[in-house]
Ligand binder design. Sequence first.
Ligand code: UN1
Length: 506
Amino acid sequence: MSYAFLTALGLSDIEEGAWNGSGPLATTSGETVDVYTPTDGSRIGTVRLATVADYESVLATAQERFKAWRSVPAPQRGEVIRLLGLALREHKAELGALISLEMGKIRSEGEGEVQEAIDICDFAVGLSRQLYGLTMHSERASHRMYEQWHPLGVIGIITAFNFPMAVWAWNAALAAVCGDTMIWKPSLKTPLCAIALQKIVDRVFGEAGHPGVMTTVVGTDAGVGTTMINDKRLPLISATGSCRMGKLVGTAVAARLGRSLLELGGNNAIIVDATADLDLVFRGTVFGAVGTAGQRCTSTRRLMVERPIARALAERMARAYETVRIGDPLESGVLMGPLIDDDAVRMFEAAVASAVEQGGEVLTGGVALRDRPGHYVRPTIVWSDKRLPISFEETFAPILYITPWDRLEDAIADQNDADQGLSSALFTNNLRHAEGFLSAAGSDCGIANINIGTSGAEIGGAFGGEKETGGGRESGSDAWRAYMRRQTCTINYGTQMPLAQGVEFL
Ligand code: UN1
């Protein structure tokens, strides 16, 4: 390991996988997972996997800590998150570089992800003074009614490889100010990001006198993962990942009548009409489709363009794709790093093959770069006059399907035809088109943008989507409510006992 930023983050060659907030536990399995960088396939670390027994031990701490943390005034909980945000700022460059190394997104996007974690900390600090409940007028004399929000308990957080820090932060910062404690199960593809964060968390929460609010367990899906989703002691499982995984999580959690917060896949489209500013379209689409090598749940997978301008736009995009520098995400000037692993490369190849079989024309890309170590592919544009069945499958790779349209209603219907409903965009300068797209008859997605691409949402808004995206909302707005339980309180300050609905009794 010759990366200075790994040392600066305190990462050793072998790390433990179970963290209860006061440092690592000695894990009991003896099983390890090697971590490879997708940039050249070399090993960058090893983690000793946590077992279900280790999970039990971490959970015991989180449960115990909850009893104290829930009674710490919310603004004081916010103060610890403020300190966490400061610590993240201090380590932004190293954390960003670690994301690039372990996950493969370019440095600017890696640092952007850390910024997203910092932003949600700032948001949560303010939120800690705004966990508002409503008051209502009681129908009974001398009665007062209001609702208040209490912490839920120990929250289970399951995250994917593609946002190995930000998605945890969305959940963790909010859950912490809400008074919950938590256990994080990160992706086994990116455990070092989680461990680096946990080390920072341990320091900040330890110094603040609240160790064990945030804990981490690096374990297998079959072992720790299955145990968590079936564990009644976790009132909420917040899971981000594939629709396939989400269905398993949602079903298991529902079976025990727990709560799940699911933020799953997307098959996001940009619609462009003939009035659109094509420079904006171009920039928004390239970022959405090529950024993070197409491995965001918000990545742009389909571009639907009004027919008269469609082919020319597709060709312009294809020419620009040829100039995208592909390579080591830590190198400056590189715009696209590798895919996460070889499976992802194979899925990319299979999707391109299906597209061709279904009548698509590959305008650029379409191939993996097997002449070098790492998991690199060329960003790809597939043109087709008609929609291709493969374009309705979410492939985590930089493939953009472009089709022309004649009627905006048809384009919107096509966009909404995806199984998922995460993000969507319309580029237009036509007010009627814009408002129609945002109307109830328009986009069916959780995110609908005008003249902005599908990816790169700010943390201030609620993040998530409909249908197979899972319906959950994380991050900003009032997403905090998912991490709390609502209590309706009615107080009788009179001398009578009137019953609601005018019922007479006794
Ligand atoms: C994800 O891909 O799971 O809107 C999250 C975006 C980022 C978050 C993506 N802020 O693209």
